[in-house]
Design a protein around this ligand. Structure first.
Ligand code: PLZ
Length: 449
């Protein structure tokens, strides 16, 4: 792994209790000002971040294994991204693309057409968040097909707006008491090799879903099928090989728009530009956000020209969609990703981490499975010798990781998955330190169980 220069020292350094006094003071102010419904995974407040470290307001340097939920692949303050943002902000921060368009938006659309899978004619629309991209992909699919049903899957996560809550599988905390939800969403079984019946192949899992779709809805009713090629919030679930291609195939044969939600998996994270590529899947529409712009809020849908151009002029948009500062950040981010060959770096991260965790899994009983691709890796935590999820232990591991100086996220329908999502520019030494810390915690926790 080549060494990348960083502005901040790339090491773990804890100088106060965690949270420290300044973070605690901010937590008190927050309580009186910020709504209780907004959560934070860790109680430390950020002051600076670069490469693989986050420095908090008390001067602690923490290893970042979350990248702000798979956003800061190039780090949270890459100098090229920062310079592009400053330059654009110094010229104009906003005109509204729907009023006075600008080149940055067009260039991002050109880049996405070239980067996304498939060499068909494509069109792009830019938005602000992943949920907004998903909403718009569904709008386009319904209009273009004249149909209304949308198929989503078990363990899916697609956002927190009304339509995307309906698409999201997990009730707590995303949906509980926020209904009624958007109609015409149908949930089908996905492929979860660790928990499916042993030996269920990807194609058999796809057939299971398809036969239900055909029986319960009929292909004639279905506008779109939306799926994350690796399910993210649901538990970093990599479907069995053949599952995605079989679904995409069925969709193509039935005039159903196949939407790959690559909001979390996109932009080099899984060792390819997009996770669909691992199985040669060419989505009709792909939704993107997170990693696209080095931390600036930007999202996109890119899809077949015939689908996107079916929408009447003025039918798609939004005040801030494709904001010029965010577009400048995206262009710089993509340049850095190419320059550093971050897809290859994500594969190097996988090669560094996975064998070590698999070896550990052989030794301790609480690791049900180590899985993932590239720098989107996960450990499913279970009760020893069973496959029963252990969310309590999972939470305790993340809490201990914080005490040791590491931001470690969890996920999963049952809250029992530890996810590793380091910035792709993290250095080998820092990553190794992070994995050592995690290994040590896992060993200790297992003993004390
Ligand atoms: N699609 C596949 O992963 C966002 C959300 C965390 P937004 N995932 C992190 C939380 O608790 O809110 C996500 C995703 C996939 C859509 C989204 C939604 O993207 O940018 O958060 O709207």
């Amino acid at each position: 792994m080549i060494e990348i220069e960083h502005r901040l020292a790339q090491r773990r350094n804890i100088v106060t209790a965690l949270p420290g006094p300044r973070s605690s003071a901010l937590a008190d102010r927050r309580k009186a000002a910020v709504a209780a419904g907004v959560g934070s995974s860790v109680p430390v407040y950020a002051a600076d971040a670069d490469g693989g470290v986050i420095v908090d307001v008390d001067g602690n340097s923490l290893i970042d294994l979350g990248s702000g939920i798979a956003v800061t692949g190039v780090g949270a303050s890459h100098p090229k991204v920062a310079a592009a943002v400053a330059d654009q902000a110094g010229r104009f921060t906003h005109t509204c693309f729907m009023i006075t368009p600008y080149e940055g938006y067009v260039r991002v659309a050109e880049e996405l057409a070239a980067l996304t899978p498939g060499d068909h004619e494509k069109r792009t629309v830019l938005f602000n968040s992943g949920a907004e991209a998903v909403e718009n992909a569904i709008k386009v699919a319904r209009l273009a097909t004249g149909k209304s049903a949308v198929v989503a899957f078990d363990h899916a996560y697609h956002g927190r707006t009304n339509l995307t809550m309906a698409l999201t599988a997990k009730s707590m905390p995303y949906k509980a008491n926020f209904g009624p939800f958007a109609p015409e969403i149908y949930r089908m079984p996905s492929s979860y090799p660790y928990r499916d019946e042993p030996g269920l192949t990807g194609t058999a899992a796809a057939r299971r879903a398809i036969s239900r779709i055909e029986a319960q809805l009929g292909a004639d009713a279905v506008a779109a099928l939306i799926i994350e090629p690796i399910q993210g919030e649901g538990g970093f679930i990599v479907p069995a090989p053949g599952f995605l291609p079989a679904l995409a195939d069925w969709a193509r044969r039935n005039n159903v728009v196949f939407i790959a939600d690559e909001v979390q998996t996109g932009f080099a994270r899984t060792g390819a530009w997009f996770a669909s590529e691992h199985e040669g899947v060419v989505p009709d529409i792909i939704t993107m956000a997170k990693g696209i712009a080095g931390g600036m809020p930007l999202a996109a849908i890119t899809g077949r020209a015939a689908l996107l151009d079916a929408v009447h002029p003025g039918g798609l948009g939004g005040t801030y969609g494709g904001n010029p500062v965010a577009c400048a950040a995206a262009l710089a981010t993509l340049e850095v990703m190419r320059e550093l060959d971050l897809p290859a770096r994500a594969r190097e991260i996988e090669a560094m981490v996975v064998p070590e965790l698999r070896a550990l899994a052989e030794q301790i009983g609480v690791i049900g499975e180590v899985r993932g691709r590239g720098a989107m890796l996960a450990i499913e935590i279970v009760r020893p010798g069973t496959s029963v999820p252990d969310p309590v232990l999972t939470k305790a591991i993340a809490a201990e990781a914080l005490s040791a100086g590491m931001v470690l996220l969890t996920c999963g329908t049952h809250g029992n998955v530890i996810r590793l999502l380091p910035p792709l520019v993290i250095g080998a030494d820092l990553l190794a330190d992070g994995i050592d810390v995690l290994t040590e915690i896992l060993r200790r926790k297992t003993v004390s169980n």
